[in-house]
Design a protein around this ligand. Structure first.
Ligand code: C2E
Ligand code: MG
Ligand code: MG
Ligand code: MG
Length: 287
C-alpha cells in the first residue's frame, strides 16, 4: 500500500515535472516573441511620503500581456528570463520605457515624479550597464536625479569592488540607488558601510510581521534608525492596513508603499491619480 502510494506520488511528480519543462520551453519561446513584438508593459505604484501622504515617486513594475494567458506577473517570468539571459534585453527595455514614460508625464503636467526601476543583478553586474543608463537618460531627457535603481543584496555576490565603483559613478551622475527587499538576503550588515545607497526598502514580510512580533518590530526600528544615521531614507513596502501605516509612521519611516495607498496601475491611470493619497480613500477599495 505504502509502496503503491509512493509510486503514485512519484509518477505524479514526474508528470508534473515533464509538464513544467515543456511549459518553460514554450515560455522561453514566447518570451522571445514577446520581446520582439512588444508584449510587455509597465505598471506604476506610488510611494507616498509618510507624513504628508503625497506621492513622491513611482516604482515601475513590468507585466507581460500574453496573447492567450492574459496578464502575467513578473514573479512568473523574471526568474526564467534570468535563467535564459533574456533579462538583459528585457531589462534594457524596462529602463528605457520607464524613463520615457515618466519624463513625458513630468513634461505634460506640473509633476516632478521620480521613477524607481528594478534592476536584476545579472543586468547590473554586466559590462555595459552604465552605458545603458546613460543612453536611457539621454534619449528620454529624464534628469538623472529623477531616476532610482532598485537592486537587491545579491548584486554584492558578484565581486564587490567593481560594483561599488559602478554605484559611485551612478551616484556622481545624480542617479540614486535603493536596496530592495532589504534584510531578506544573506549579506552582512557591514556592506552598508561601502555602498553609496540612498534608500533601503523594507520587505513587506518584515513590515507585516512587525505589528505582531516584538522582535521583528525591534529589527524594523533598528533598520530605520541605522539608515537615518547613514543619511539614507527608508521605504516600507506592502502597507495594507491603517495599523501598519500608523506603526511605520510612528517609527519615522520616510516613505510608504502598498495597496492601502494605491496598487500598481497602468500609465493612463497614473496620469489621472491625484498627488495626495490619504489611506482612508484607498482603504474602502481594499477587499
Ligand atoms: P519588488 O521590487 O519588491 O516589488 C514590490 C512587489 O510587491 C510588487 O509585485 C508589488 O505589486 C507588490 N506589492 C506592492 N504593494 C503591496 C501590498 O500592499 N501587498 C502585497 N501583497 N503586495 C504588494 P510585482 O509587481 O508582482 O513584482 C514582484 C517582483 O518582481 C518585484 O518585487 C521585483 O523583484 C520583480 N520585478 C518587477 N518588475 C521588474 C522589472 O522590471 N525588472 C526586474 N528585474 N524585476 C522586476
Ligand atoms: Mg522593487
Ligand atoms: Mg521590494
Ligand atoms: Mg519585495
Amino acid at each position: 500500500q505504502a509502496k503503491r502510494q509512493g509510486r503514485n506520488t512519484w509518477q505524479w511528480y514526474r508528470g508534473r515535472k515533464a509538464e513544467s519543462v515543456k511549459h518553460s520551453v514554450a515560455m522561453r519561446h514566447d518570451l522571445h516573441t514577446a520581446l520582439i513584438e512588444g508584449h510587455f508593459e509597465l505598471h506604476y505604484q506610488p510611494l507616498v511620503d509618510a507624513m504628508s501622504s503625497r506621492m513622491r515617486s513611482v516604482e515601475a513594475l513590468v507585466r507581460w500581456r500574453h496573447p492567450t494567458l492574459g496578464l502575467i506577473a513578473p514573479g512568473d517570468f523574471i526568474p526564467l528570463a534570468e535563467q535564459t539571459g533574456q533579462i538583459i534585453p528585457l531589462g534594457r527595455w524596462v529602463l528605457l520605457q520607464a524613463c520615457r514614460e515618466i519624463a513625458t508625464l513630468n513634461e505634460q503636467s506640473d509633476r516632478v515624479l521620480s521613477v524607481a526601476v528594478n534592476i536584476s543583478s545579472l543586468q547590473f553586474c554586466r559590462d555595459g550597464f552604465l552605458d545603458e543608463v546613460k543612453y536611457a537618460l539621454k534619449a528620454t531627457g529624464l534628469p538623472p536625479e529623477r531616476l532610482e535603481l532598485e537592486v537587491t543584496e545579491s548584486v554584492l555576490l558578484d565581486g564587490t569592488d567593481p560594483i561599488i565603483e559602478l554605484m559611485q559613478t551612478l551616484v556622481t551622475m545624480g542617479v540614486r540607488v535603493a536596496l530592495d527587499d532589504f534584510g531578506t538576503g544573506f549579506s552582512s550588515l557591514s556592506y552598508l558601510c561601502d555602498l553609496p545607497t540612498h534608500k533601503v526598502k523594507l520587505d513587506r514580510r518584515f513590515v507585516q510581521k512587525a505589528l505582531k512580533n516584538r522582535r521583528m518590530a525591534a529589527i524594523v526600528q533598528g533598520v530605520i534608525t541605522m539608515a537615518h544615521h547613514m543619511d539614507m531614507q527608508v521605504v516600507a513596502e506592502g502597507i495594507e492596513t491603517r495599523a501598519q501605516q500608523e506603526d511605520l509612521t510612528r517609527r519615522h519611516c520616510d516613505l510608504l508603499q502598498g495597496y492601502l495607498f494605491a496598487r500598481p496601475m497602468p500609465l493612463e491611470e497614473l496620469k489621472r491619480l491625484p498627488d495626495y493619497l490619504p489611506a482612508i480613500l484607498a482603504a474602502n477599495k481594499i477587499e
